[in-house]
Design a binder for this molecule. Structure first.
Ligand SMILES: *Cc1c(COP(=O)(O)O)cnc(C)c1O
Length: 399
């Protein structure tokens, strides 16, 4: 079978809820992936930051194989010997008190909404069914009905109503808007430190510090969705560290497994997770021993191999290279760590066609919206590989 045959099968039998580049991959190693015809590409998307540790990292793979031979799933009806260690290591690394493990990122978001609402009723004293959570315009938190209900992206929400009530939407990066939106029933503020899917939108300096102060003053739980920005991507373990703050609740996912398995978690610094009692929330696969063994090693690799520092250094170098590209159609080049983006003027459009041309040159990346390209390679990338990428990106984006 060649690439066309595989694509035909997907077209015929699959729902068309994605529009992927027409490249059929079958192997990966570090920053590189190969298609079924043997062509090599540099992966500059990293599965939306789920493979921060690089493709098929040998240590994570070994941990996965070893655990798979021993025990994979117990359900939480019984205990397992990996869960407690996973909790401890994740808490120590992130300076958290408690963890609630789930699978996908969207499930972590759903979990946090439930926990914060319950906290609102039990601790803050909000009247039953009145709790309100504030979110931001152009957010991306996942794809469930509740989550798309507070999305402002028409493609995400149109045709999927009716939606879950209890959310208020304010502009991103505007601390005053948060202050003004807070009412007596507000229980939480859910926000991404940098909006990834919106196109790597970085809020003004000081925003997170202001938000932290406002939430504390009004007794509102600050929830940072670090599913994309966390675990080294922006050059810090968590993006909140850029402003020296601590969220009350932090969501991690994606790179928590290094791309081997869906593992997500809610991290709690306050006692919000303490309001959940047995039987009130759960997941068959959440916290399973295979997931925990994989995640423990994925976290170890981040620190042992200095991937966080590398993301900061290589990110700055990559950004500098992108900023040298001259093209009047480019509106802005921006980024933090290895979460980078080139934005074109909206009427220039055509981000997709740049991505297709980059694919021809052996570099895979993906447009977000019509006019923004995100560059987010695995954090194992070295200087020579950044040079290799820039040698291909500069002529394509410069024309
Ligand atoms: C990817 C992502 C999610 C959703 O994660 P899934 O595993 O796809 O459900 C939530 N929030 C942010 C910021 C993300 O980037």
């Amino acid at each position: 079978m060649n690439q066309k045959d595989y694509i035909k099968l997907e077209q015929q039998y699959g729902a068309h809820n994605y529009k992927p580049l027409d490249v059929v991959l079958c192997r990966g190693e570090g920053v590189w992936v190969w298609d079924v015809d043997g062509n090599r590409y540099m992966d500059c998307l990293s599965a939306y930051s789920a493979v921060n540790q690089g493709h098929c990292h040998p240590k994570i793979m070994a941990a996965m194989m070893e655990q798979a031979r021993k025990l994979t799933l117990t359900s939480r009806a019984f205990r397992n010997d990996q869960l407690g260690l996973f909790y401890k290591e994740l808490c120590e690394l992130t300076n958290s008190h408690k963890v609630l493990p789930m699978n996908s990122g969207a499930e972590a978001v759903e979990t946090v909404i439930k926990a914060v609402r319950k906290w609102g009723y039990q601790v803050k004293g909000v009247a039953g069914d009145k709790a309100e959570i504030i979110v931001c315009e152009n957010n991306f938190h996942g794809r469930t009905i509740t989550i798309v209900g507070f999305s402002t992206d028409p493609a995400s929400r149109e045709g999927f109503g009716p939606f879950t009530p209890g959310f208020k939407i304010i502009p991103f990066g505007d601390a005053e808007a948060l202050e003004n939106a807070i009412g007596p029933d507000t229980v939480g503020f859910l926000v991404e430190p940098i909006q990834g899917e919106a196109g790597v939108v970085i809020p003004p300096p000081g925003y997170l510090r202001q938000v932290r102060e406002i939430c504390s003053r009004h007794n509102i739980v600050l929830i940072l969705d670090e599913i994309q920005t966390g675990l080294g991507r922006t050059g810090k373990l968590l993006a909140e560290e850029h402003e020296g703050i601590e969220a009350d609740l932090t969501l991690v996912g994606k790179a928590l497994s290094g791309g081997f398995y869906p593992v997500s978690a809610v991290l709690s610094n306050s006692e919000v997770l303490g309001v959940l009692r047995p039987g009130e929330h759960g997941s068959t696969f959440g916290g399973n021993p295979l997931a925990c063994a994989i995640a423990r090693t994925a976290l170890k690799v981040l620190t042992e191999e200095n991937l966080i520092e590398n993301a900061a250094r290589m990110g700055a170098y990559f950004l500098e290279g992108l900023q040298k590209i001259e093209n009047p159609k480019i509106r802005q080049v921006r980024g933090k760590g290895l979460l980078l983006a080139v934005e074109f003027y909206p009427d220039a459009g055509g981000a997709r066609s740049y991505c297709e041309r980059l694919m021809q040159k052996g570099l895979l990346c993906k447009e977000t919206h019509d006019n923004i390209i995100r560059f987010a390679p695995p954090l194992v990338i070295d200087r020579q590989q950044v040079d290799w990428a820039l040698e291909r990106i500069a002529p394509v984006l410069g024309s």
